[in-house]
Design a protein around this ligand. Structure first.
Ligand code: GDP
Ligand code: MG
Length: 303
């Protein structure tokens, strides 16, 4: 692993309402350099969207699932699963989209920023990217920039078009400015070519964290055992949820399989959104007795 002291590396949480262009931006930034996701994060397991590697620079983008959905209550917003990305991040990249500069917009922006404040109680620096500027006239953009900068102390405001790849260099240089000096967290050379499997298992794990309390989620490991891309038909993904005890297996499956069904349904939705295609998700539950205490089992899981 490179360790030159001049290199920068850090975690950036991407937040923003659904549909503002987070995925598009990430794809545009990562380009083909998405030197992909290690299935074995050396540190805590977290929700990684992508890793950007450039000479002397490594950015790990963290997702902040659903935080901008109005249906999320404050409790849910603050829940551990959703908050962890922000907690882990060095700073936030907040994405919004260009809209007309009306009074209505101001209220919408205020609501948007109220949620931003809630998810960022530690007041980490926030860079604002105003996306989709290809759709709007310059004067509208200026009004919007003013509204945002009046309402929140952003570290920087950058107008972009993720779709047209406009303003991305400016955005990158603002991100780079805020990144701490640090050697890369992940070795750029040993990143694997199976990011989707990793994401899929993380999305399933996330559902388990959302549904169960106490030690059940922590006793859970998810392994994707099969991932069949079927061209015209839906992809088939098979995954096994491992728990440590029989009692936990019963909990995960639930009465007449209700819990497992619900986990599967929600995980499938999230995975489909991520993969941008429909899938069959086949989940099963197995006991790997006390796997967390068993080094061989842990190794087998890929840690
Ligand atoms: P996400 O839900 O925040 O991840 O948003 P997506 O990346 O899925 O984008 C939502 C929609 O906005 C898609 O139809 C994109 O093509 C579109 N979109 C994203 N960025 C831009 C942009 O810069 N300009 C325009 N016109 N459309 C964009
Ligand atoms: Mg998206």
């Amino acid at each position: 692993m490179l360790t030159e002291p001049s290199s920068k590396a850090g975690y950036i949480a991407i937040a923003g309402r659904p549909n503002v262009g987070k995925s598009t931006l990430l794809n545009a930034l990562l380009d083909f350099r998405l030197s992909i996701i290690s299935p074995r994060p050396q540190t805590t397991r977290r929700r990684i969207m992508g890793i950007l590697n450039r000479p002397g620079l490594q950015i790990i983008f963290l997702d902040t699932p659903g935080i901008m959905d109005a249906r999320y209550t404050f409790q849910k917003v603050m829940s551990r699963a959703i908050q962890s990305s922000v907690t882990d991040a060095d700073f936030l990249l907040f994405l919004c989209e260009a809209k007309k500069g009306s009074a209505e917009t101001k209220i919408a922006v205020q609501e948007e920023l109220a949620i931003l404040k809630k998810i960022n109680p530690q007041n980490k620096p926030v860079i604002l990217a105003i996306n989709k500027i290809d759709l709007f006239a310059r004067d509208q953009l200026l009004v919007l920039l003013k509204i945002y900068s009046d309402l929140y102390p952003f570290s920087a405001l950058v107008p972009i078009s993720a779709l047209k790849k406009d303003g991305l260099n400016e955005l990158m240089s603002e991100l780079e400015k805020l990144l701490p000096l640090h050697p890369p967290f992940y070795d750029p050379d040993v990143l694997t070519e199976h990011p989707e499997r990793f994401f899929v298992s993380e999305f399933i794990r996330e559902q388990i964290f959302l549904y169960f309390r106490e030690e059940v989620p922590y006793s859970t490991e998810v392994q994707v055992t099969d991932f069949v891309e079927r061209g015209r038909g839906k992809d088939l993904i098979q995954a096994v949820i491992y728990v440590e005890r029989d009692s936990q297996k019963g909990i995960i499956i639930g009465r007449q399989g209700a819990a497992l069904k619900k986990i599967g349904l929600n995980a499938r939705r999230v995975i489909e959104q991520f993969l941008n295609r429909e899938i069959y998700l086949d989940l099963s539950v197995k006991v790997s007795r006390n796997w967390r205490k068993d080094e061989i089992k842990i190794k087998k899981f890929g840690y």
